[in-house]
Design a protein around this ligand. Sequence first.
Ligand SMILES: CC(C)(COP(=O)(O)OP(=O)(O)OC[C@H]1O[C@@H](n2cnc3c(N)ncnc32)[C@H](O)[C@@H]1OP(=O)(O)O)[C@@H](O)C(=O)NCCC(=O)NCCS
Length: 219
Amino acid sequence: MDWIRYAVSWGPNTLCSTGEEGQLNGVKGVAGMDIGMYAEDYVPKQFRIQAHALREEAWPGLGGIPHDPALNPLTILLVTPDGEVTAVLDVLSKDIEHEGVRYRAAGLSSVVTAEAHQGKGHGRQLVAAAREIIAKSGADLGIFTCDRPLRGFYEGAGWRVLEGAVLVGGTPEAPFPSDRPGFDKVTMAGFFTERGRRGAASFRDARIGLYPGEIDRLW
Ligand SMILES: CC(C)(COP(=O)(O)OP(=O)(O)OC[C@H]1O[C@@H](n2cnc3c(N)ncnc32)[C@H](O)[C@@H]1OP(=O)(O)O)[C@@H](O)C(=O)NCCC(=O)NCCS
C-alpha cells in the first residue's frame, strides 16, 4: 500500500495506515503503523498527552512549549494500531526571501522517537513521511538544521545536506545563525517545486535568512 499517498491526500486531522510494507520510495519503515497529522492546536488529547511525554523524555522541562502560531505548526505522529505514539515531529513553515526570490519554506522541529522504540526505524519512517507531506504541500523547499551526527539519520529518510549553507534564525535585528559558537550543525534540504529546484544552487554555500522570530528561533 502506498501509505504516504493516503497521508497526503487526506490532508490534516486524519489518521491513515502505513500498510503492510511500511516502505516509501525505498525508505524502509515499520509495517502496520498509522501516520497522523494535525494542526498543533487540534492534536487529539490522547495523542497530545503521549507526544508531550515523548518530548519531555528527550528535552525535560521543554516538552510542553507550543510553537509560534504564525509558523503554522503541524504535528505528525507515528502511531501503533492500538494507539501508542512511538514518534512525533512538528513541521513549521514560512515564506523566506533568498537572493531576491520569495520561497515557501518548511522545516522539521522537535523530532523524537520514544526511547523504548529507538533504533527500530520509527524515526526514519516519520521523517520520510514528513518529507513527502512537505513536498506535496506546495512548499518550494524543506530546510532545517540538525546536529552533525544526525546527518546520516536524515539522509536515510531522503533529505540531503546543503553543503556550506548556514541558516540564520532569530530576527534580522537579533540573528541566531546555525554556525554560532558552540553549534556544530549541518543544513538539510529538499527542493520540491519548479521554483525551488531552479533556485537550489543558490542555497549552497550561502547564508540563508530564515528569521522565524523569537519563539522558534531556529529550526
Ligand atoms: C534521533 C532520533 C529521532 C532517531 O530516531 P530512531 O527511531 O531511533 O531512528 P531510526 O531507528 O529510524 O534510525 C534510522 C537510522 O538513523 C541512525 N540514527 C538514529 N539515531 C541516531 C543518532 N542519534 N545519531 C546518529 N545516527 C542515528 C540509525 O543508526 C539508523 O541508521 P541505519 O539505518 O544505518 O541503521 C532518536 O534517537 C531520538 O528521539 N533522539 C532524541 C531526540 C533528538 O535528538 N532528536 C533529533 C534532534 S531534534
